[in-house]
Unconditional design. Structure first.
Length: 364
């Protein structure tokens, strides 16, 4: 089992470990990290994950000889809401969950974001651990402590930075994941390769056959490398004051495409096109050479993710959505670009004309 430590500068007590392995839920003592703090556990999971893994995890947690309850929320993004938060909180009160209790987020990014948010505000905060079950949650949302829910006005508008006590990544959960959810996670891993690690990029190029078949040892390597990149960046910039923004590579255009397509493009697809867009802008502005740009496009194609904007999405609408990005500073849009594979930087200086031209070239 691989272990990665996330050391946060604020205080030692905020640091935690990520455990990665095949079938770690089946092992003795996996939850000992938090056992000392807990008088009881509450597993928060969703309606698709619960029938698959709820009972198994509950059985394992029961071995700690503490009471364990399960709260199920409906699967899907619509559960990332204030309504869900209030509903779950009322159940916690009924269960007499105290500050000594520990919440366990068992599920994808939705369950992780909602559980982390509740843990950060319930009784002025109680501990929680993450057991991410989607590839996206394993390589992205479970690491870094961003929590939150959506509002009708937009995604993730209400949230906190609140770190888990531990993250347990069991790769055996990936076996039941749909192709769409596997692709969503892969797009984020490709992102880490492009913006974070040239070796990871080459690994993705060379091992694509096995990765597409979800080969466990290749997946372990991919998930471990991805978590390490994210953990290193989060350690340096927990609250996204600067550096952490490079993790948004491909997401400025990606988020706009997701929204303008009315979410018919799923996140991984939108981010894939967004990464091609960011690479193309990097090339147009003479930061990235043509060969590297082509390698990026080829890698994304290789994993059957899209590289072009589907017909029917309006350029003006895409541009307008990007202008509302909550990461814009003083109305100025910040783009994450690359100088070469593995060398990202953030710039507010991409002319609107270049963005528009790029979108038009990627259309159709
Ligand atoms: N906090 C962060 O830093 C961060 C980062 C990226 C994304 N996010 C958030 O994460 C969310 C997306 O996460 P997601 O893609 O994991 O979505 P999700 O949680 O909705 O999971 C996708 C689907 O897969 C099902 N599922 C989960 N694990 C499964 C398994 N092992 N086998 C079969 N089915 C399984 C779920 O029930 C759900 O239907 C978004 O809300 C996004 O905003 C947060
Ligand atoms: Zn993403």
């Amino acid at each position: 089992m691989e272990r990665i430590r996330v050391t946060l500068e604020k205080s030692y007590k905020d640091s935690y470990e990520i455990f990665i392995g095949e079938d770690i839920m089946g092992r003795e003592g996996w939850i000992t990290t938090v056992k000392n703090h807990a008088d009881r556990y509450v597993i928060i999971t969703d309606s698709e994950v619960n029938p698959l893994y709820g009972e198994m995890v509950r059985e394992k947690v029961r071995e700690t000889a503490r009471p364990v309850d399960v709260i199920e929320i409906p699967a899907g993004e619509s559960s990332k809401s204030v309504t869900t938060v209030l509903d779950v909180v009322r159940q916690l009160i009924r269960l007499k969950v105290s500050r000594k209790s520990v919440l366990i987020a068992l599920g994808g990014g939705v369950v992780g974001d909602v559980t982390g948010f509740i843990a950060s505000i319930y009784m002025r905060s109680i501990p929680y651990v993450q057991i991410p079950t989607t590839l996206l949650a394993q390589v992205d949302s479970s690491v870094g402590g961003k929590t939150g829910v959506d509002l009708p006005e937009g995604k993730n508008l209400l949230g906190t930075f609140y770190q888990p006590k531990a993250v347990y990544i069991d790769l055996s959960f990936l076996k039941t994941l749909s192709d769409k959810d596997f692709a969503n996670g892969l797009a984020e891993i490709i992102k880490y390769g492009i913006m974070g690690d040239h070796n990871l990029f080459e690994f993705l190029e060379h091992e694509s056959d096995g990765i597409k078949k979800r080969n466990p040892s290749l997946m372990k390597s991919l998930v471990g490398r991805s978590c390490k990149i994210k953990a290193d960046i989060v350690e340096m910039d927990e609250k996204e004051l600067g550096l952490r923004r490079i993790l948004n590579f491909g997401h400025t255009l990606g988020h706009a495409l997701e929204a303008v397509s009315d979410y018919t493009l799923f996140h991984g697809e939108a981010v894939s096109i967004g990464m091609v867009g960011a690479a193309k802008i990097s090339h147009t502005l003479d930061y990235l050479n043509n060969a590297s740009y082509q390698r990026i496009v080829d890698l994304i194609k290789h994993y059957h993710l899209p590289t072009r904007i589907p017909a029917g999405l309006d350029t003006a609408q895409i541009m307008a959505f990007m202008a509302t990005d909550k990461k814009a500073v003083g109305g100025q849009l910040h783009f994450v670009l690359v100088k070469k594979i593995g060398a990202p930087f953030v710039t507010p200086e991409v002319p609107a004309g270049v963005v528009k031209e790029t979108i038009e070239e990627l259309q159709g």
